[in-house]
Design a protein around this ligand. Structure first.
Ligand SMILES: NC(=O)c1ccc[n+]([C@@H]2O[C@H](COP(=O)([O-])OP(=O)(O)OC[C@H]3O[C@@H](n4cnc5c(N)ncnc54)[C@H](OP(=O)(O)O)[C@@H]3O)[C@@H](O)[C@H]2O)c1
Length: 367
């Protein structure tokens, strides 16, 4: 199953909004005779690949698969048919699939056909791997990654708002890699004004993320790189109802302008996430600035953290810090990462945290 999980992870960025799935087929004697993973959205499922490689060797053997085989006609025929036809005696699945059209139906179908089924092997690892898929199904909201680069003294720009570059080349390479596997890269108006970012993945990854800007006021610059490239990669501007007219030029240049509910603090973070989830976006990478990071923290809408800490000090009481927003009153109310780990990234330190696990959870290898 661990091998099947490692295979599954190779689908990251290519399969969403489907789950990542891997499969290994063992023959009757326990030798590996087939392997596969779900490689791209709409393509064959993992068990179909693995069983095709195994061919007749699967007969009387075991299929280990990281997710309950599907039993419905989606983009591909039901995997349960392929499993039954293969003649395997036993299926071991890491987790059941909560997808409404499956949800135990795959297991039931296999048992009806006389296949022995066991569910729950390496379940925690499989749930961790597909946490974003499971969250989108459960809540209709994407998995939220917060990313920033900061100085050793916690600043994301100098007092003159200079921010290029804080982190080194290796860290920036990793950020581009992240952009290439998510569905949306999101920033606030302040970041567009100060940094004029492109927010694309360079080199491109398996996915092209929509570039999302939050501006309740609709006061975005008339000239900037995001607007100039809106026909090359999608740009979505979320604004408060009644402010769309201020963004007519952006719309004319190819950006999509969407009105969302807003309050005194800006756009509703939950409305932003609900809209991205409605579009079946699985991962959103929030790249700042402080105002937007603070809003996501205040809404407790953070699942994963990527912080790059550079070995530089800039000082300045008015230099921008990492987070704005209201913040919590007491340390007891702090958002605390469950998994938390550090590794070097060139001369920087790359800190990763996940907030879905209980505090102190061991990190099973950085992926
Ligand atoms: N080092 C890094 O990793 C990094 C990354 C990004 C940015 N930065 C730096 O951060 C600075 C920009 O940060 P910032 O705080 O000024 O701007 P920001 O967070 O990028 O944008 C804030 C703006 O977003 C809009 N917004 C809409 N809904 C919001 C909500 N619910 N909460 C908060 N804002 C909302 C508001 O614009 P409206 O007024 O139009 O409603 C608000 O003024 C720049 O100096 C930039 O260089 C650093």
């Amino acid at each position: 199953m661990r091998r099947a999980l490692a295979l599954a992870a190779q689908g990251r960025g290519s399969v969403e909004p489907n789950p990542m799935v891997g499969a290994v087929v063992l023959d009757a004697g326990g030798a590996v005779v087939g392997e596969g993973w779900h490689e791209r959205f709409g393509g064959p499922h993992a068990e179909v690949h693995a069983l095709a490689i195994a061919g007749d060797h699967a007969r009387g053997g075991t299929l280990a698969v990281t997710l309950e085989p599907c039993c419905h006609h989606g983009k591909t025929p039901p995997c349960t048919d392929a499993v039954v036809a293969s003649g395997v005696r036993r299926v071991v699945a890491a987790t059941a699939d909560p997808f409404p059209k499956v949800a135990g139906g795959g297991v039931a179908r296999l048992r009806e056909a006389g296949v022995e089924v066991e569910v729950g092997v390496c379940e925690a690892e499989a749930v961790r791997l597909n946490a974003a898929y499971l969250k989108l199904l459960r809540t209709g909201r994407p998995w939220v990654h917060l990313k920033w680069a900061m100085t050793l003294d916690g600043k994301t720009a100098t007092r003159t708002r200079d921010s290029k570059w804080i982190s080194g080349e290796e860290s920036r390479r990793r950020v581009h890699e992240l952009r290439g596997v998510v569905d949306a890269v999101l920033v606030g108006r302040g970041t567009v004004e100060s940094d004029d970012p492109l927010l694309t993945a360079r080199p491109p990854g398996p996915r092209t993320a929509a570039r999302v800007v939050l501006t309740a006021s609709g006061r975005l610059p008339e000239r900037c790189r995001l607007r100039a490239t809106a026909r090359e990669a999608p740009v979505v501007v979320f604004t408060a109802a009644g402010h769309e007219a201020a963004l007519a030029g952006w719309a004319a240049d190819g950006a999509e302008v969407v009105a969302l509910p807003a309050g005194d603090g800006g756009l509703s973070v939950d409305a932003v996430l609900a809209e991205l989830g409605r579009r079946r976006m699985t991962h959103v990478l929030v790249e700042g600035g402080a105002g937007v990071h603070g809003a996501f923290l205040d809404a407790r809408a953070v699942d994963e953290l990527h912080a790059f800490v550079a070995p530089v000090l800039v000082g300045g009481a008015h230099a921008t810090g990492v987070t704005g927003g209201l913040g919590v009153e007491t340390m007891a109310a702090a958002l605390r990462a469950g998994e938390f780990a550090a590794e070097m990234s060139g001369a920087d330190v790359y800190l990763r945290g996940r907030f879905d696990a209980p505090p102190g959870t061991a990190v099973p290898g950085l992926q």
